[in-house]
Design a protein around this ligand. Sequence first.
Ligand SMILES: [Zn+2]
Length: 496
Amino acid sequence: MDYPTTPALADRYTHLLKPQWDQIHNPQSTTGLFDGMEEGAAKYSSPTSGIAKKLRFVIGKDKYADNDSYYSIYNNKEIEVKLEIADTSLKFDLTKIKWKLAGKEIPSKDKMPNVLSFKINATNLPKRTNNLLVLDSLGKKLIRLKIRAYYAPIVRFEEGSGFNGEYFFDKGYEFTALSSPTYYDTIHVGKNKETYFAPVLGLNKGQSATIKVIINGFTDNVLNDKDFKIVFKPELTGKITINGLDSLVLDATGLDKLNDIDIKALNYINRDVLAPMSIGIYIASTREKVGLLKYYCAEKVTKTIKLIYTKFKDESNFPSYITPTGLSQFLNNNSLNQFFLNIIVDSVHFTSKRYKVATMNGWSNTQIIDSLNYEKFGVINGATPAGYSIKDDYFYITNLVRPGSIPGTYLGGFHNVKRPGGVQVRYITTPYNESAEELTAHELGHWLGLPHTFEKNAQVPVIVEPTQGRTKDNFMDYNVKRKKWFKIQLLNYIRN
Ligand SMILES: [Zn+2]
């Protein structure tokens, strides 16, 4: 049957649709004739017999029949939709048609009434499913294409339950709470373009780690888009593999099923300078970034710490607040893996023949450490003293209580950058239950060149968080239970 083109016949045509209309509105009905009801499909309904069957939409090389779906990511790209007559027996004037997209009538392409061009964006396609209708000159629906759009899924990472990396996995989120996100790699992702702080993974050469992949904003529509591809691509090739490949390319179904990725370090990415590389996650067709992971694989630097158990001339015993084994385990297992440092701790005994505890208790930290250094190593300013290597560090363990000897206060360390010493003064139980190891890690941080989190220096020219205690747990903060470093500290410490 040809489509009626006169008003009278058109009315009759509408009338014929009435039973169909009732069927759609009958809650008992399970005919499923019309899916994609979200835009009030009923009012555009028509049997797929008749003219609709003889028309086709054409997008690129693909053809679409009445009620078919076209899937696309919101990519702001122009698409061209053409209406063509599939059945040559149909005598129909394509110059008289009108186009309606998402409820709005829009003009066809210049001088081509059967061609429509529009951009795939949220203005044109405000819903996940939008009707593209072709109407006759009287505004009656001829054929419909459902345009199903979706936003790019956001890909995030978490340390998997089976994470066995030697080095840290830093989720990145902690920095958002701090005053300055300077130096942190961020991208803007998702519909709302929120700031995404890249998590950081560190691996030793030859090591693998399994990371959990979390996909947000993954809608049904993307699963039907055969053109969708997502790419996990490291900045440098030959340094790592992702699931055994140089880069991982997945379609929507593959991404939907992805729980973990396995990252294996094939080689170091740097030796002298700790610099990460990025693993970008982006949509193949648009290059839109939807996730980011930073990755380190640096050769481990071995550093030596010598604990100097110091007995003053008015004492009979050496102090024993900390042991070489306890300290090396703490630094290697709990903190310094993040710095790619292999810490070796040993100890020596040193009896001060010159000083008494009673005398030094009244001194400043600087006076104490300089005096002990001078006594043990001789001249220290301007020349490397005998027995001292700048690549090692020395911590004096003493029975001195500095400063102020106030019960409950816990400042027990002092350190100058790249100078021998670091005085591990008497360990006092504090409200934070800080251990001697934690205090030593703090002093070691100064040795590496790190300032307090609320200060800055030449190596770390940014204040991480101006208020003391706000980092909650950073080694270089005060008034916290110290247990970790931040990435900014990793990026700026002095390695050699
Ligand atoms: Zn300090």
